[in-house]
Design a protein. Structure first.
Length: 493
């Protein structure tokens, strides 16, 4: 049996449907363009410039120019894949992120050298879906025409610019409740959120409440109340709001029983109130939300480090394949964010829908929507999101579901695509669900037919009653591009 390899794929050119794959071990991060890409005079034609990434400055490569494509521009929602070459980081520009997938050697065909020029940047073709999908494999060894030496001087120039190119960085956090206090953990640590079911207490000890079976795997589950308070007698709640937050640290995977998951919020670094040095190494700081609720941001690695050996040993006992150990994706330094590639946020608008977690910028309470005078259609108003006027889309109206006066949409899901930010109005946030496989939508009800481009796939979801549901996944890119992009907030039709 041939050994499978892990790849991360990206869309280089949306118009041509050009998909490029990289070995996942080389990809340290995939991120939107945060701030400005600053030009470097005298650089290679394919060097787009430099950008700041968490206080470091990295060169950014325009792959469309490097491939010699006639159209080499990128939209406002372009993505950067950060790759590591000989201990140096570089950013590669793509139109979008595709997915993480596995393929064995039998599916990879080398390209005959006779049909290639000396500058052969593509080393092979990966055949997927019985040959219906072809992905080009990028060889990073040939990324630079003159080798790495030609960029040495430009990299030094980039380092000199680091003091001037420092946009305010931000990160998304999952906010949960425990014993009346709100806590936050980075989204890239969260693999999924699931409902609390029967726990096997065979391995119960200290902070470990037992083990829980999730999709045929067994993971250790911690009692958040005990972990956060140190009280070994603390009992976790068992009500409708109780959830298990599945986390991946650098060392292992485990669940944590929390009183409830509130939302996902974007927090800028300069909004975090730092604790005095040495006072509490288990927290990253505190964030005061506009509603005056204080959120303590946790340093999960430090928080669980003294318990890791116990957690890992329980994981090994529960799984012969070592599911409790870190995944192949999270094993790569800085690559934990790739976990979100197969995660979905499930919500309700009377009927349950899903949206890819990587498309969610944040989730906020629906309290400050301003109505548009004489507004019609499915845009119910606008909000002021930190100085940006954002249209609010009523998803019930958008999908032709009946809207009653007594209906109250409690949450707004903030998404951004094609240079436009929108707020999707939903009734309730249900959970975050990890699903490796999705299915093409076979058919849609008549009321959804005119929006079929926004619901082109579905996933299977096991609800709290143990009933398997098919949940439509909203394609936010098509929703914005095809139905909102050219419309004003008051006239979406």
């Amino acid at each position: 049996m041939t050994q499978e390899q892990l790849f991360a794929s990206f869309i280089l050119d949306e118009n041509q449907g050009m998909e490029i794959a990289l070995k996942a071990e080389h990809v340290t991060e995939a991120t939107p363009i945060n701030g400005v890409i600053q030009k470097l005079p005298g650089g290679h034609d394919y060097l787009e410039g430099v950008m700041s990434l968490r206080d470091a400055v990295i060169p950014v490569i325009n792959l469309k120019r490097r491939f010699g494509l006639s159209e080499h521009g990128y939209g406002a929602d372009a993505r950067i894949a950060v790759v590591s070459i000989l201990n140096r980081n570089y950013g590669l520009m793509f139109d979008d992120i595709k997915e993480v997938f596995r393929a064995d050697a039998t599916h990879i065909s080398p390209i005959c050298k006779a049909v290639q020029a000396e500058d052969h940047i593509i080393s092979g073709l990966i055949q997927l879906e019985s040959g219906k999908r072809i992905v080009e494999l990028l060889d990073l060894n040939y990324l630079f025409r003159d080798g790495l030496g030609g960029l040495d001087e430009q990299i030094c120039d980039a380092q000199l610019l680091s003091k001037t190119v420092k946009p305010s960085a931000s990160a998304c956090y999952v906010v949960f409740q425990s014993s009346g206090q709100a806590y936050g953990v980075p989204v890239h640590c969260a693999q999924e959120i699931t409902f609390l079911s029967d726990i096997d207490e065979m391995f119960r000890t200290g902070i470990v409440a037992g083990t829980l079976g999730i999709r045929g795997k067994t993971i250790p589950v911690l009692n958040a109340r005990t972990l956060l308070s140190g009280d070994t007698n603390a009992q976790f709640s068992r009500d409708d709001e109780t959830r298990v937050l599945v986390l991946a640290s650098e060392e292992c995977c485990f669940g944590m029983i929390v009183d409830g998951v509130k939302d996902i919020v974007t927090i800028f670094d300069d909004e975090i109130l730092r604790f005095p040095e040495g006072k509490d190494e288990n927290v990253l700081g505190m964030y005061q939300r506009p509603d005056a609720e204080n959120v303590i941001l946790l340093n999960m690695q430090n928080l669980v480090c003294i318990h890791l050996e116990n957690i890992k040993s329980i994981a090994r006992l529960g799984n012969e394949d070592g599911y409790g150990e870190k995944s192949e994706i999270s094993a790569q330094p800085g690559a934990q964010h790739l976990i979100t590639e197969n995660c979905y946020l499930i919500f309700s608008i009377g009927k349950q829908f899903a949206i890819e977690l990587k498309d969610v910028q944040e989730i906020i309470e629906n309290v400050d929507t301003m109505a548009i005078p004489a507004g019609t259609g499915y845009c119910s108003g606008v909000i002021n999101l930190r100085g940006l006027v954002v249209p609010v889309v009523n998803l019930k109206k958008f999908y032709n579901y009946p809207v009653h006066k007594e209906d109250e949409a409690h949450h707004l899901i903030i998404c951004c695509s094609h240079g436009q930010t929108v707020a999707l109005e939903v009734d309730h946030i249900v959970t975050i669900h990890k699903q490796e496989q999705y299915y093409a939508t076979p058919s849609l009800a008549a009321q959804l037919s005119d929006k079929k481009d926004t619901a082109d796939r579905l996933i299977e979801y096991l609800n709290p009653e143990g009933i398997r549901e098919h949940v439509l996944v909203i394609n936010t890119h098509n929703l914005i591009r095809n139905h909102l992009k050219s419309n004003s907030p008051g006239d979406p039709s």
